[in-house]
Ligand binder design. Structure first.
Ligand code: CAA
Length: 295
Protein backbone atom coordinates (compact mmCIF):
# COMPACT_ATOMS: atom_id res chain seq x y z
CA UNK A 1 0.00 0.00 0.00
CA UNK A 2 1.47 3.33 -1.03
CA UNK A 3 1.30 6.34 1.28
CA UNK A 4 -1.25 8.87 0.00
CA UNK A 5 0.87 11.97 0.64
CA UNK A 6 3.65 10.56 -1.54
CA UNK A 7 2.51 10.49 -5.14
CA UNK A 8 5.90 10.56 -6.82
CA UNK A 9 9.37 9.56 -5.66
CA UNK A 10 12.68 11.02 -6.84
CA UNK A 11 16.04 9.32 -6.43
CA UNK A 12 19.38 11.04 -6.92
CA UNK A 13 22.01 8.60 -8.17
CA UNK A 14 21.54 5.28 -9.96
CA UNK A 15 24.55 3.44 -8.55
CA UNK A 16 24.15 0.27 -6.49
CA UNK A 17 22.17 1.98 -3.69
CA UNK A 18 20.23 4.50 -5.81
CA UNK A 19 19.17 1.82 -8.29
CA UNK A 20 18.04 -0.42 -5.43
CA UNK A 21 16.03 2.39 -3.82
CA UNK A 22 14.42 3.32 -7.16
CA UNK A 23 13.60 -0.34 -7.72
CA UNK A 24 11.86 -0.83 -4.37
CA UNK A 25 9.93 2.47 -4.74
CA UNK A 26 8.68 1.53 -8.21
CA UNK A 27 7.89 -2.04 -7.11
CA UNK A 28 5.86 -0.65 -4.19
CA UNK A 29 3.69 1.28 -6.68
CA UNK A 30 5.26 4.76 -6.71
CA UNK A 31 5.92 6.58 -9.99
CA UNK A 32 9.67 7.02 -9.62
CA UNK A 33 12.22 9.17 -11.37
CA UNK A 34 15.91 8.46 -10.91
CA UNK A 35 18.51 11.07 -11.81
CA UNK A 36 22.11 10.40 -12.83
CA UNK A 37 24.86 12.65 -14.15
CA UNK A 38 25.20 10.82 -17.49
CA UNK A 39 23.34 8.36 -19.73
CA UNK A 40 26.00 5.67 -19.31
CA UNK A 41 25.50 5.56 -15.50
CA UNK A 42 21.73 5.47 -15.99
CA UNK A 43 22.00 2.59 -18.43
CA UNK A 44 24.18 0.60 -16.03
CA UNK A 45 21.83 1.24 -13.09
CA UNK A 46 18.73 0.34 -15.08
CA UNK A 47 20.38 -2.88 -16.27
CA UNK A 48 20.99 -3.79 -12.61
CA UNK A 49 17.33 -3.14 -11.80
CA UNK A 50 16.16 -5.34 -14.70
CA UNK A 51 18.50 -8.12 -13.57
CA UNK A 52 17.23 -7.97 -10.00
CA UNK A 53 13.56 -7.88 -11.10
CA UNK A 54 14.24 -10.88 -13.36
CA UNK A 55 15.56 -12.78 -10.31
CA UNK A 56 12.34 -12.05 -8.41
CA UNK A 57 10.26 -13.25 -11.39
CA UNK A 58 12.42 -16.38 -11.58
CA UNK A 59 11.78 -17.03 -7.88
CA UNK A 60 8.05 -16.36 -8.26
CA UNK A 61 7.97 -13.44 -5.81
CA UNK A 62 7.04 -11.09 -8.67
CA UNK A 63 4.80 -11.84 -11.66
CA UNK A 64 5.78 -10.89 -15.22
CA UNK A 65 2.96 -8.30 -15.17
CA UNK A 66 4.25 -6.80 -11.90
CA UNK A 67 7.72 -6.56 -13.39
CA UNK A 68 6.37 -4.72 -16.48
CA UNK A 69 4.29 -2.39 -14.27
CA UNK A 70 7.34 -1.67 -12.11
CA UNK A 71 9.48 -0.82 -15.12
CA UNK A 72 6.68 1.37 -16.54
CA UNK A 73 6.65 3.37 -13.27
CA UNK A 74 10.42 3.99 -13.50
CA UNK A 75 11.90 6.86 -15.43
CA UNK A 76 15.58 7.72 -15.76
CA UNK A 77 16.76 11.28 -16.29
CA UNK A 78 19.88 13.44 -16.30
CA UNK A 79 17.96 16.64 -15.49
CA UNK A 80 17.22 17.99 -11.98
CA UNK A 81 14.06 19.61 -13.41
CA UNK A 82 12.42 16.18 -13.74
CA UNK A 83 12.40 15.93 -9.92
CA UNK A 84 10.40 19.17 -9.53
CA UNK A 85 7.04 17.58 -8.62
CA UNK A 86 8.36 14.72 -6.46
CA UNK A 87 6.96 14.48 -2.91
CA UNK A 88 10.17 12.94 -1.61
CA UNK A 89 13.67 12.99 -3.08
CA UNK A 90 16.12 10.40 -1.76
CA UNK A 91 19.78 11.16 -2.37
CA UNK A 92 22.17 8.26 -3.00
CA UNK A 93 25.07 9.92 -4.80
CA UNK A 94 28.76 9.64 -3.97
CA UNK A 95 29.67 9.81 -0.24
CA UNK A 96 31.19 13.29 -0.39
CA UNK A 97 29.80 16.02 1.82
CA UNK A 98 30.62 18.89 -0.52
CA UNK A 99 29.07 17.15 -3.55
CA UNK A 100 25.97 16.30 -1.52
CA UNK A 101 25.63 19.87 -0.22
CA UNK A 102 25.97 21.28 -3.74
CA UNK A 103 23.40 18.82 -5.09
CA UNK A 104 20.87 19.58 -2.35
CA UNK A 105 21.41 23.32 -2.80
CA UNK A 106 20.85 22.93 -6.56
CA UNK A 107 17.55 21.03 -6.20
CA UNK A 108 16.25 23.18 -3.32
CA UNK A 109 15.18 25.87 -5.78
CA UNK A 110 13.78 23.36 -8.30
CA UNK A 111 11.83 20.80 -6.27
CA UNK A 112 8.55 22.02 -4.75
CA UNK A 113 8.99 23.38 -1.20
CA UNK A 114 6.59 20.84 0.34
CA UNK A 115 8.77 17.93 -0.79
CA UNK A 116 10.85 15.97 1.74
CA UNK A 117 14.60 15.64 1.12
CA UNK A 118 16.23 12.45 2.39
CA UNK A 119 19.84 11.32 2.31
CA UNK A 120 20.94 7.68 2.17
CA UNK A 121 24.34 8.54 3.62
CA UNK A 122 25.82 5.82 5.83
CA UNK A 123 28.05 8.02 7.97
CA UNK A 124 27.99 11.71 7.03
CA UNK A 125 26.15 14.15 9.28
CA UNK A 126 22.59 14.82 8.01
CA UNK A 127 22.56 18.23 9.75
CA UNK A 128 25.56 19.30 7.68
CA UNK A 129 23.72 18.49 4.41
CA UNK A 130 20.46 19.97 5.56
CA UNK A 131 21.98 23.44 6.05
CA UNK A 132 22.62 23.64 2.29
CA UNK A 133 18.82 23.95 1.88
CA UNK A 134 16.02 26.14 3.24
CA UNK A 135 13.84 23.16 4.22
CA UNK A 136 15.52 22.19 7.48
CA UNK A 137 12.22 20.91 8.93
CA UNK A 138 11.66 18.65 5.90
CA UNK A 139 15.14 17.09 5.79
CA UNK A 140 15.81 13.56 7.00
CA UNK A 141 18.08 10.52 6.69
CA UNK A 142 16.83 7.30 5.07
CA UNK A 143 19.61 4.73 5.28
CA UNK A 144 19.05 1.56 3.25
CA UNK A 145 21.21 -1.59 3.20
CA UNK A 146 22.96 -3.43 0.40
CA UNK A 147 21.44 -5.26 -1.50
CA UNK A 148 18.48 -2.89 -1.14
CA UNK A 149 15.89 -5.16 -2.81
CA UNK A 150 16.65 -7.92 -0.27
CA UNK A 151 17.60 -6.21 2.99
CA UNK A 152 14.55 -5.52 5.13
CA UNK A 153 15.80 -2.56 7.13
CA UNK A 154 15.72 1.19 6.68
CA UNK A 155 17.08 3.57 9.32
CA UNK A 156 15.10 6.80 9.61
CA UNK A 157 17.29 9.59 10.90
CA UNK A 158 15.72 12.68 12.42
CA UNK A 159 17.77 15.81 13.05
CA UNK A 160 17.12 18.41 15.75
CA UNK A 161 15.03 20.37 13.23
CA UNK A 162 13.14 17.56 11.43
CA UNK A 163 9.41 18.05 12.07
CA UNK A 164 7.53 15.22 13.77
CA UNK A 165 5.08 15.08 10.81
CA UNK A 166 7.95 14.51 8.41
CA UNK A 167 9.41 11.82 10.70
CA UNK A 168 6.06 10.02 10.94
CA UNK A 169 5.40 10.25 7.22
CA UNK A 170 8.88 8.97 6.34
CA UNK A 171 8.44 6.04 8.75
CA UNK A 172 5.16 5.16 6.98
CA UNK A 173 6.75 5.64 3.58
CA UNK A 174 9.64 3.30 4.57
CA UNK A 175 7.13 0.64 5.65
CA UNK A 176 5.21 1.05 2.37
CA UNK A 177 8.43 0.10 0.54
CA UNK A 178 8.26 -3.28 2.26
CA UNK A 179 11.01 -2.32 4.72
CA UNK A 180 11.06 -2.29 8.49
CA UNK A 181 11.85 1.31 9.53
CA UNK A 182 13.73 2.03 12.74
CA UNK A 183 14.20 5.47 14.23
CA UNK A 184 17.61 6.85 15.08
CA UNK A 185 19.33 10.17 15.70
CA UNK A 186 21.86 12.08 13.62
CA UNK A 187 25.09 10.62 14.98
CA UNK A 188 27.68 9.16 12.55
CA UNK A 189 26.96 5.53 11.75
CA UNK A 190 23.43 5.66 13.20
CA UNK A 191 22.52 2.28 14.79
CA UNK A 192 23.78 -0.36 12.39
CA UNK A 193 27.17 1.00 11.33
CA UNK A 194 27.94 2.05 14.90
CA UNK A 195 27.88 -1.65 15.77
CA UNK A 196 28.89 -3.18 12.44
CA UNK A 197 31.94 -1.05 11.62
CA UNK A 198 33.91 -1.75 14.88
CA UNK A 199 33.08 -5.46 14.41
CA UNK A 200 34.48 -5.47 10.85
CA UNK A 201 37.56 -3.50 11.93
CA UNK A 202 38.09 -5.89 14.84
CA UNK A 203 38.02 -8.85 12.46
CA UNK A 204 40.89 -7.20 10.53
CA UNK A 205 42.79 -6.58 13.78
CA UNK A 206 42.28 -10.23 14.76
CA UNK A 207 43.74 -11.24 11.38
CA UNK A 208 46.69 -8.86 11.85
CA UNK A 209 47.34 -10.35 15.30
CA UNK A 210 47.31 -13.92 13.96
CA UNK A 211 44.16 -14.98 15.80
CA UNK A 212 42.93 -16.82 12.70
CA UNK A 213 42.95 -16.85 8.91
CA UNK A 214 40.41 -15.02 6.74
CA UNK A 215 38.67 -18.29 6.03
CA UNK A 216 38.58 -19.44 9.68
CA UNK A 217 37.40 -16.07 11.04
CA UNK A 218 34.64 -16.06 8.40
CA UNK A 219 33.67 -19.64 9.25
CA UNK A 220 33.70 -18.73 12.95
CA UNK A 221 31.11 -15.99 12.64
CA UNK A 222 29.04 -17.73 9.97
CA UNK A 223 28.80 -21.12 11.62
CA UNK A 224 29.27 -20.11 15.26
CA UNK A 225 26.92 -17.16 15.27
CA UNK A 226 24.65 -17.78 12.28
CA UNK A 227 25.68 -14.60 10.44
CA UNK A 228 24.79 -14.82 6.73
CA UNK A 229 28.34 -13.80 5.76
CA UNK A 230 31.61 -13.83 7.70
CA UNK A 231 33.24 -10.41 8.29
CA UNK A 232 35.77 -10.68 5.44
CA UNK A 233 33.15 -11.83 2.92
CA UNK A 234 31.04 -8.87 4.05
CA UNK A 235 34.00 -6.46 3.87
CA UNK A 236 34.66 -7.53 0.26
CA UNK A 237 30.90 -7.24 -0.47
CA UNK A 238 30.51 -3.73 1.01
CA UNK A 239 33.83 -2.56 -0.50
CA UNK A 240 37.03 -1.95 1.44
CA UNK A 241 37.27 1.67 0.32
CA UNK A 242 33.70 2.28 1.54
CA UNK A 243 34.44 0.72 4.94
CA UNK A 244 37.70 2.70 5.19
CA UNK A 245 35.87 5.92 4.36
CA UNK A 246 33.07 5.28 6.87
CA UNK A 247 35.56 4.26 9.61
CA UNK A 248 37.51 7.50 9.14
CA UNK A 249 34.36 9.62 9.41
CA UNK A 250 33.27 7.76 12.56
CA UNK A 251 36.75 8.06 14.04
CA UNK A 252 36.69 11.79 13.38
CA UNK A 253 33.27 12.10 15.04
CA UNK A 254 33.92 10.01 18.17
CA UNK A 255 37.76 9.96 18.46
CA UNK A 256 37.55 6.40 19.71
CA UNK A 257 40.10 3.72 18.85
CA UNK A 258 37.44 1.18 17.95
CA UNK A 259 36.52 3.23 14.85
CA UNK A 260 40.14 3.71 13.67
CA UNK A 261 40.90 1.82 10.44
CA UNK A 262 43.62 -0.82 10.95
CA UNK A 263 46.82 -0.47 8.85
CA UNK A 264 46.05 -3.55 6.71
CA UNK A 265 42.74 -2.03 5.58
CA UNK A 266 44.51 1.18 4.60
CA UNK A 267 47.19 -0.74 2.65
CA UNK A 268 44.60 -2.76 0.73
CA UNK A 269 42.66 0.39 -0.14
CA UNK A 270 45.85 2.19 -1.23
CA UNK A 271 46.73 -0.80 -3.43
CA UNK A 272 43.30 -0.60 -5.10
CA UNK A 273 42.15 -3.93 -3.65
CA UNK A 274 38.58 -2.89 -2.86
CA UNK A 275 36.90 -6.31 -2.71
CA UNK A 276 34.42 -7.88 -5.13
CA UNK A 277 34.17 -4.83 -7.37
CA UNK A 278 37.91 -4.83 -8.18
CA UNK A 279 38.24 -8.64 -8.12
CA UNK A 280 40.54 -8.62 -5.07
CA UNK A 281 40.26 -7.74 -1.40
CA UNK A 282 40.56 -10.24 1.44
CA UNK A 283 39.58 -12.82 -1.19
CA UNK A 284 40.49 -13.25 -4.86
CA UNK A 285 37.19 -13.05 -6.76
CA UNK A 286 38.42 -14.07 -10.21
CA UNK A 287 35.94 -16.91 -10.02
CA UNK A 288 33.01 -15.15 -8.27
CA UNK A 289 31.37 -18.44 -7.34
CA UNK A 290 34.53 -19.66 -5.63
CA UNK A 291 36.42 -16.82 -3.86
CA UNK A 292 39.91 -17.73 -2.65
CA UNK A 293 41.18 -16.32 0.66
CA UNK A 294 44.40 -14.27 0.30
CA UNK A 295 45.46 -14.07 3.98
N1 CAA B 1 17.99 -8.77 -6.29
C1 CAA B 1 17.26 -9.89 -6.32
N2 CAA B 1 17.71 -11.07 -5.87
C2 CAA B 1 18.98 -11.11 -5.41
C3 CAA B 1 19.80 -9.98 -5.36
C4 CAA B 1 19.26 -8.75 -5.83
N3 CAA B 1 19.96 -7.62 -5.82
N4 CAA B 1 21.01 -10.33 -4.82
C5 CAA B 1 20.95 -11.66 -4.55
N5 CAA B 1 19.73 -12.13 -4.90
C6 CAA B 1 19.22 -13.48 -4.76
C7 CAA B 1 20.17 -14.51 -5.32
O1 CAA B 1 19.97 -14.66 -6.71
C8 CAA B 1 19.78 -15.76 -4.57
O2 CAA B 1 18.66 -16.34 -5.17
P1 CAA B 1 18.42 -17.95 -5.11
O3 CAA B 1 18.12 -18.23 -3.67
O4 CAA B 1 17.28 -18.15 -6.02
O5 CAA B 1 19.71 -18.54 -5.59
C9 CAA B 1 19.34 -15.23 -3.22
O6 CAA B 1 19.13 -13.82 -3.38
C10 CAA B 1 20.35 -15.47 -2.16
O7 CAA B 1 21.60 -15.01 -2.62
P2 CAA B 1 22.91 -15.86 -2.58
O8 CAA B 1 22.61 -17.32 -2.72
O9 CAA B 1 23.87 -15.22 -3.55
O10 CAA B 1 23.55 -15.59 -1.18
P3 CAA B 1 22.95 -15.55 0.30
O11 CAA B 1 22.00 -16.65 0.57
O12 CAA B 1 24.16 -15.39 1.15
O13 CAA B 1 22.11 -14.21 0.38
C11 CAA B 1 22.46 -11.94 1.05
C12 CAA B 1 22.65 -13.01 -0.03
C13 CAA B 1 20.98 -11.63 1.22
C14 CAA B 1 23.19 -10.72 0.53
C15 CAA B 1 23.01 -12.49 2.41
O14 CAA B 1 24.27 -13.03 2.24
C16 CAA B 1 23.11 -11.39 3.45
O15 CAA B 1 22.13 -11.06 4.07
N6 CAA B 1 24.34 -10.90 3.65
C17 CAA B 1 24.60 -9.80 4.57
C18 CAA B 1 24.44 -8.50 3.82
C19 CAA B 1 24.64 -7.33 4.71
O16 CAA B 1 25.07 -7.40 5.84
N7 CAA B 1 24.32 -6.18 4.13
C20 CAA B 1 24.49 -4.92 4.83
C21 CAA B 1 25.78 -4.34 4.41
S1 CAA B 1 26.14 -2.90 5.30
C22 CAA B 1 25.33 -1.70 4.48
O17 CAA B 1 24.74 -1.86 3.45
C23 CAA B 1 25.33 -0.38 5.14
C24 CAA B 1 26.45 0.47 4.95
O18 CAA B 1 26.28 1.66 5.23
C25 CAA B 1 27.81 0.05 4.51
Amino acid sequence: MTVEAIRKVGVLGCGLMGAGIAQVAATAGYPTVVKEVGEEFLKKGMAGIEKSLAKFVEKGTLTIEQRSETLARLKGTTKFEDLADCDIVIEAITENLQTKRETFAAIDGIVKPTSIFASNTSSLVITEMMTATKRVDRFIGMHFFNPVPLMKLVEIVGTITTSSDVLDLTMKFGASLGKVPIRTSDRSGFIVNRLLVPYLLDAIRALEEGVGSVEDIDKGMKLGCGYPMGPFTLLDFVGLETTYYIANIMYEEFREKRFAPPPLLKRLVLAGHHGRKTGRGFYDHQDPANPKPLF
